[in-house]
Design a protein around this ligand. Structure first.
Ligand code: FAD
Ligand code: NAI
Length: 464
């Protein structure tokens, strides 16, 4: 009889967990995955990446039709209407299709889905619902949840988090977004395009912490031009709800006179925190770090033998593709192979219009490490962008002054999320800016701006 029920038990079926489970099964390990949601796919597929991108796409189409942008290109029509429930149904269909797809992949790869909340009994034993199972290796992939704002109650009607903001029943007249990060700007954009007035209240003096300074400033300009009201260096001190309306009290972050904003919806988007409550980590003696995360080594081993961790619950950017790559790597390490994730080259994308993307170091970080060269190319000088009237933004390539190795790439343009893959691949292969500058790029494409920015690092772009 086998010593354990499973070789691998993964807790959580988000992009980290479901990928780890499938890869482990592909490598011949007997695998189960515990998930307490009704559907697989975690935050990303159910209430994150997928529904938000479906609404971003649909709302962009509505905005293009409504705002007269298409008429400018000679496409004229009248009677544009918003059918919000149809838009929501379409988004739900995208979610169901993809979560069902993971269920199919589990069956195909013989991963057993243990339905219910998993709690450790000891380092090899987990209780899932009324079942107790043991496994030689346990991977914690429990993800993250919304960080609450002290004193502000999320009722998912007037005061919502990202999940509630994906299911509002009508377009609010005035949406106040607390937090000018990725969620605030993406979901703020959705409701702005559908007709809401949107005010973003951000504690720091710029939007999008963690991104390149110049990109953050340009983003603020772009969102202001789109009509978003940005209140930077401002903190929310209270939200009072009465009769379906909210009064949001704000004051300067440094202190000063308070003012109130009247809103019919408030989105709290001030970050996310790791899910570790109720896991029974005390039973296995696993400590959390100061930020509530589980620490691991490069192989994703925790301090407890046989227990591994990946995704949003461990340090690093809270991104689906980072979780997925860690899922593959942890399964390979458990199987005795060499699973590696290069945490220096994880792209990040904000799916607004235009998109904002980056990989590697910001100019500020790169300068701290040594001498650098920077090349920039505006989309205004890119022929494709000009031809289709899509000229907002720029590409910036940051390279080491001596070795010319690319240290970071930052892009603002409509297809930045797709373009950043090229930069990530170049950096993964240790490319210099000269390598990119001498790579033939198809014409006319937005991607030529990456080549020109790389040429600018050497001081010789052609089209500028
Ligand atoms: P999760 O996806 O959070 O999955 C963890 C799963 O574990 C959950 O399903 C949970 O129910 C389950 N679980 C937790 N505890 C237990 C337990 N004890 N027992 C059983 N099951 C348990 N990232 C991107 O890269 N691109 C995007 O466009 C993007 N958009 C986003 C939009 C929104 C609105 C949000 C909120 C997030 C977005 N993210 C995006 C972030 C992305 O969703 C996360 O980084 C990603 O889901 C993390 O994957 P994970 O596997 O670590 O955890
Ligand atoms: P975030 O960390 O991106 O932004 C939170 C913002 O809130 C920050 O700018 C912060 O300064 C601000 N803030 C914090 N406390 C505040 C306060 N009291 N008052 C006003 N502002 C305050 O977090 P967000 O937007 O909630 O997203 C969570 C995570 O989800 C992100 O870190 C990201 O990793 C992931 N995500 C990724 C997406 C993508 O890849 N496109 C899309 C959506 C989410």
């Amino acid at each position: 009889m086998a010593e354990y029920d499973f070789d691998v038990l993964v807790i959580g079926a988000g992009p980290g967990g479901y990928v780890a489970a499938i890869r482990a099964a592909q490598l011949g390990l007997k695998t189960a995955c515990a998930e307490s949601r009704e559907t697989l796919g975690g935050t990303c597929l159910n209430v994150g990446c997928i529904p938000s991108k479906a609404l971003l796409n649909a709302s962009e189409k509505f905005d293009e039709a409504m705002s007269g942008v298409l008429a400018k290109h000679g496409v004229k029509f009248s009677g544009v209407e918003l059918d919000l429930s149809a838009m929501m149904a379409d988004k739900d269909k995208a979610v169901t299709g993809l979560t069902g797809g993971i269920e199919f992949l589990f069956k195909k790869n013989k991963v057993e889905w243990l339905k219910g909340l998993a709690t450790f009994q000891d380092a090899h034993t987990v209780q899932v619902g009324d079942r107790t199972v043991n496994a030689k290796n346990i991977v914690i992939a429990t993800g993250s949840s919304v960080t609450p704002l002290p004193g502000v109650t999320i009722d998912q009607k007037v005061v919502v988090d990202s999940t509630g903001a994906l299911t509002l029943e009508k377009v609010p007249e005035h949406l106040v977004v607390i937090g000018g990060g990725v969620i605030g700007l993406e979901l703020g954009s959705v409701w702005k395009r559908l007709g809401a007035k949107v005010t973003v209240v951000e504690y720091l003096d710029q939007l999008l912490p963690g991104m390149d300074g110049e990109v953050r400033k340009e983003a603020a300009k772009i969102f202001k031009k789109q009509g978003m009201d940005l209140k930077l260096s401002t903190k929310v001190t209270g939200v009072a709800v009465d009769g379906g309306r909210a009064t949001v009290t704000v004051e300067p972050a440094a202190g000063g006179a308070a003012e109130t904003l009247q809103a019919d919806a408030v989105l709290v988007a001030i970050g996310r925190r790791p899910n570790t409550e109720g896991l029974g980590l005390d039973k296995i003696g696993l400590q959390l770090n100061q930020r509530g995360q589980i620490e691991t080594d490069h192989d994703f081993r925790t301090a407890v033998d046989g227990v591994w961790a990946i995704g949003d619950v461990i340090p690093g950017p809270m991104l689906a593709h980072k979780a997925e790559d860690e899922g593959v790597a942890v399964a390979e390490n458990i199987a005795g192979l060499t699973g590696i994730v290069n945490h220096d080259v994880i792209p990040g994308v904000v799916y607004t219009h235009p998109e904002i993307a980056g990989v590697g170091l910001t100019e500020e970080q790169a300068k701290e490490r040594g001498e650098i060269k920077v090349g920039k190319f505006p989309m205004m000088a890119n022929s494709r962008a000009k031809a289709i009237d899509d000229t907002a933004g720029f590409v910036k390539v940051i390279a080491d002054a001596k070795s010319d190795r690319v240290l970071g790439v930052w892009i603002i343009t409509s297809v930045a999320g797709t373009m950043i893959a090229q930069a990530a691949q170049a950096m993964e292969f240790g490319a210099t800016s000269e390598d990119i500058a001498y790579t033939c790029h198809a014409h006319p494409t937005h991607s030529e701006a990456i080549k020109e920015a790389a040429m600018a690092v050497q001081g010789k772009p052609i089209h500028m």
